[in-house]
Design a protein around this ligand. Structure first.
Ligand code: LLP
Length: 384
């Protein structure tokens, strides 16, 4: 195997290998999504007793089968663009609640959002100050910047100085004046500090901070404490402690029982459910470096290039063979940054071997690009 196994069990290691090899034999590169894993993750978060409503942050993976599966698990949906609202509207029943949480969206984007049933989140003065009449008579959500960010990489922190998200608290009074002048009611408060957070405690702090703001505002019914629930990716990294999260949220909810608690996770629901299958094209030695080339790279999965993200990599053809060296796993894209994994301990590769890149269900396909005109990466769904 890869010799760098995670503590977490994974569906692809335990019993699905033959099925994945058959899928790769038809074509590569391909994303494969395992719906039982999506459902299991969805149910785990549904067990959080203090949470009144869970939204799936659609940006992580917009495949219609995943949207349908999560709607069936009782999830609402959080969308950030008219395109995401459209994709969700097509896939899920009209009774499912939607949130529209765009950032630096145009007036036209808001007009399109307002034409749907979505509850709109504003995170700046500009829309309420300049386009206030659009929201007249509406109940809206206000996203605030609590002054700090968190996350697995600087580029995914969405709070504090240097982050473009959220209304700074010093503009809160001005926002409320504009809202009042336009007959707009601020019914919810929202904060999302960042993505890939493994510390359960911070969501309790966010709820507490939003609750004390809500006491000042008076019209608030629900507090959306965002998503950001991380999954361990590096070998040895500990899983987010869901029991601890449950305890923390129950505690803050008991202190402020009059506010509904909403969350909007993306990654946690879909990351482990997806793998990217690729095929070995060539190997190359260069000085002391050994390169293992596969038939897709940053065009399919940009996370390693963009965030130095770690995705476990396994040679599925040789899962039981011992590692023979350290490999740089690279794609065919004309960029030195086109690396899927550095210094990976893998068995001796041969042209045609199937390589599996794990934890590719979140922010994989949705962030892919046509760069170098490599073509779209297909997606395959396993329903059972
Ligand atoms: N809510 C808001 C307002 C967000 O901005 C995000 C993610 C989420 C919820 C869902 O976060 P999650 O639970 O998935 O961490 N492309 C990056 C992640 C960017 C996340 C953007 N916002 C990555 O691949 O790590």
């Amino acid at each position: 195997g890869s010799g760098e196994a995670l503590a977490q069990p994974s569906w692809w290691r335990d019993g699905e290998r033959q099925r994945l090899l058959a899928i790769a034999a038809e074509a590569t590169p391909r994303y494969v999504y395992h719906l039982p894993t999506v459902r299991a993750q969805a149910r785990e978060l549904k067990s959080l007793a203090a949470v009144d409503r869970l939204h799936y942050a659609v940006k992580a993976n917009t495949h219609p089968a995943i949207l349908r599966a999560l709607a069936a698990e009782g999830y609402a949906f959080e969308c950030v663009s008219p395109g995401e609202l459209e994709a969700v509207s097509v896939a899920v029943p009209a009774s499912v609640p939607l949130l529209f949480t765009p950032n630096f969206a145009s007036r036209e984007d808001f007009e399109r959002g307002l034409a749907t049933r979505a509850t709109i989140t504003l995170d700046a003065l500009h829309p309420i100050e300049h386009w206030g009449e659009l929201f007249r008579g509406r109940e809206i959500v206000l996203r605030v910047d609590l002054g700090r960010g968190l996350g697995h990489h600087e580029k995914v922190r969405t709070g504090g100085s240097g982050s473009k998200f959220g209304l700074p608290l010093e503009q809160l009074d001005a926002f409320l004046r504009h809202a009042d002048a336009h007959g707009v009611t601020v019914r919810g408060l929202h904060a999302h500090l960042g993505s890939g957070v493994l510390d359960a405690g911070h969501w309790g702090e966010v709820f507490g901070q939003l609750a004390s703001l809500a006491e000042r505002i008076g019209s608030i019914a629900f507090l959306n404490i965002g998503g950001g629930l991380g999954v361990p990716s590096h070998p040895g990294e500990a899983k987010l402690d869901i029991a601890a999260l449950d305890a923390v949220l129950r505690q803050v909810k008991a202190a402020y029982p009059h506010y509904q608690l909403w969350m909007e996770p993306g990654r946690y629901l879909v990351a482990d459910a997806g793998v990217l299958l690729a095929r070995v094209t060539q190997t190359k030695g260069k000085g002391s470096w050994r390169y293992l080339g596969v038939d897709t790279g940053m065009n399919s999965l940009i996370r390693p290039a963009l965030y130095d993200a770690w995705h476990e990599i396994a040679n599925l053809t040789r899962l039981d063979e011992p590692a023979t060296g350290l490999f740089q796993v690279v794609g065919p894209i004309c960029e030195s940054g086109d690396v899927l994994g550095s210094d990976r301990r893998l068995p001796e590769p041969q042209e045609g071997d199937v390589i599996l890149i794990a934890q590719a269900g979140a922010y994989g396909k949705v962030m892919s690009s046509p760069y170098n005109l490599r073509g779209e990466t297909e997606e395959v769904v396993l329903d059972a």
